[in-house]
Design a protein around this ligand. Sequence first.
Ligand SMILES: [Zn+2]
Length: 272
Amino acid sequence: MRPAQRRLLFFSVIFLILGSVGGGFAGKSIGRKSAERTAKKAITDAEKKLEATQEELQAANQLLQDSGVINDEETRKRLEEFQDGIPWNMTLVNTVHSMEEGYVPELTEVENGLSVDARIAEELNAMLAAARADGINPYLLSAYRSIERQAQVFNDTVQSWMEQGADYWTAYQNTCKEVALPGTSEHGLGLAVDIVDNSYTGLDAEQANTATAQWLQAHCAEYGFILRYPADKESATGIIYEAWHYRYVGKEYAQKIQASGLTLEEYLGEVY
Ligand SMILES: [Zn+2]
């Protein structure tokens, strides 16, 4: 073979090798590109499906919310805890959740001739004592009220509106804003108390400014109580801000509820 022929053969071989290697790369590259296209299409399809599902989920959530049921993940998780029933200290009583008929708690007298559910007496006494030790003058105005007593308070209030010139229906409506219908008051459970300041016993907005109201807001959870009807929560509780009404739920729940910023209704997923 002549040197020129050898060179030609050498370059041909190199060319062939390069060609096959390059072809291989090109083939691989084409294979990769098609896999990439398939994957991208799959992702796009999945994204579209996800979007559609999210829209569906949103619509379903909206439906649920419109029907008055809370449906967020936090609430669902919280409610899992109550699957086997609501513990006695978390019983919800309000205008749409009336008390179990004929329910009367076992009572213990605390002060001013008033009684509460025997299970909360110790902590209520401890809370009042701690406030007094801090130089505060709380006055226990109301505690357990029987159905009969609640009915009497309700009827007396209707009567007093009528004496002021209201017709029965107006008097009844006005009373509903101030007094719970018998069977729909937490006072019937023996788990609620109205505490005011000795220097100001009015059950109105002014009460919130008293030293007692402020001390209680700061310390109630340490004794298992919550401010049951906070300001700006009327839509959740159906009751105006009552700076004096405290509800026993136990230390654990009092702290959880306080940290959550929710009302008892919201905490239990029962908002209307
Ligand atoms: Zn009350």
